[in-house]
Design a protein around this ligand. Structure first.
Ligand SMILES: Nc1ncnc2c1ncn2[C@@H]1O[C@H](COP(=O)(O)OP(=O)(O)OP(=O)(O)O)[C@@H](O)[C@H]1O
Ligand SMILES: [Mg+2]
Length: 271
């Protein structure tokens, strides 16, 4: 597995692996994947920084149960109102977190200044992994951060529009210079795929034209956990294993697609 090597001092010195999580389709689970991947990497003993860089729709502060702790955010670092250290929130579970700007319009943002703000928080946190949640290529953020994050996880659900968005997202990211792009299938409904009502894994790979890294099942207990600021693993939700598998693959381990997911392992028809 290749790693993203940032062009900034922060990533060059620490060899931090920087990923952005994205898709031009809203609500497919980008923030869910970013937060729970961060949790799964931290569970492996990695030092993880999670940056909410969704300038239109911030959510990670709530998903992490930190909304009352975000006194300063990425926008304050961007504007030079605060030092990066004050924007870092250390969350139980081994994740450092920077909340998204509350009032920074994607249209008005300077790519250079945004890159510098993200590089500053990475430098301050000195993580092994930096995971950046973005809205999608349309607001330009993944392209702006391309010098820092050259690896992208493109999240898609099984709906035709989500897959179309994932394909388009992959193309846009390629044009922006993100040369490592992976598909993460989220909210996968195994029984709908089995019955033929929804796309299966192989047809999703074909449609999205991206190499597959992980399949995260639809998991209502995960969605409920998020409402109270807990990660899948903290709520002992079944999907926690899928995030562990994603973290393991990103770390270079070669494991079966549904490793440890006993309830799904023996069935084949959803391919
Ligand atoms: N695997 C899953 N199983 C069940 N619910 C999920 C799953 N993934 C995400 N959800 C739910 O879907 C909703 C949208 O998820 P999320 O906010 O992560 O999407 P997003 O792509 O980041 O959205 P936005 O485009 O608004 O940033 C949330 O309510 C979340 O709890
Ligand atoms: Mg989001």
């Amino acid at each position: 597995m290749n790693e993203s090597r940032g062009a900034t001092d922060a990533s060059a010195q620490r060899k931090v692996r920087v990923l952005c999580v994205t898709s031009s389709k809203g609500g497919v689970g980008k923030s869910t994947v970013a937060a729970n991947l961060a949790g799964a990497l931290a569970e492996r003993g990695e030092k993880v920084l999670l940056v909410d860089c969704d300038l239109s729709n911030r959510s990670l502060d709530m998903y992490l149960g930190c909304e009352n702790r975000a006194v300063f955010d990425l926008g304050d670092v961007y504007r030079g109102r605060t030092d990066a250290s004050y924007a870092l929130i250390r969350r139980p579970g081994g994740i450092s977190f920077v909340a998204a700007p509350a009032d920074l319009s994607p249209a008005a943002v300077s790519a250079e200044t945004l890159c510098r703000a993200v590089a500053d928080v990475i430098s301050e946190a000195a993580p092994d992994w930096a995971i950046i949640d973005t809205s999608g290529p349309a607001d330009g953020v993944p392209a702006m951060l391309a010098s820092i994050a050259r690896t992208a996880l493109v999240v898609s659900g099984q709906q035709g529009v989500a897959m179309r968005a994932a394909e388009k997202t992959g193309d846009s990211l390629g044009e922006a210079g993100l040369d490592r792009r992976w598909l993460v299938i989220n909210n996968f409904d195994f029984s709908a795929a089995e019955k033929g009502g929804r796309a299966g894994v192989v047809s999703m790979i074909d449609t999205c034209r991206l190499p597959l890294l992980a399949v995260i099942p639809r998991d209502e207990s995960l969605a409920a956990a998020q409402e109270s600021g807990a990660l899948a693993a903290e709520a002992k939700a079944p999907s926690a294993q899928a995030f562990r598998n994603l973290a393991a693959r990103l770390s270079g381990e070669s494991i079966p697609l549904f490793y440890g997911m006993r309830e799904f392992r023996r069935r084949r028809r959803y391919f």
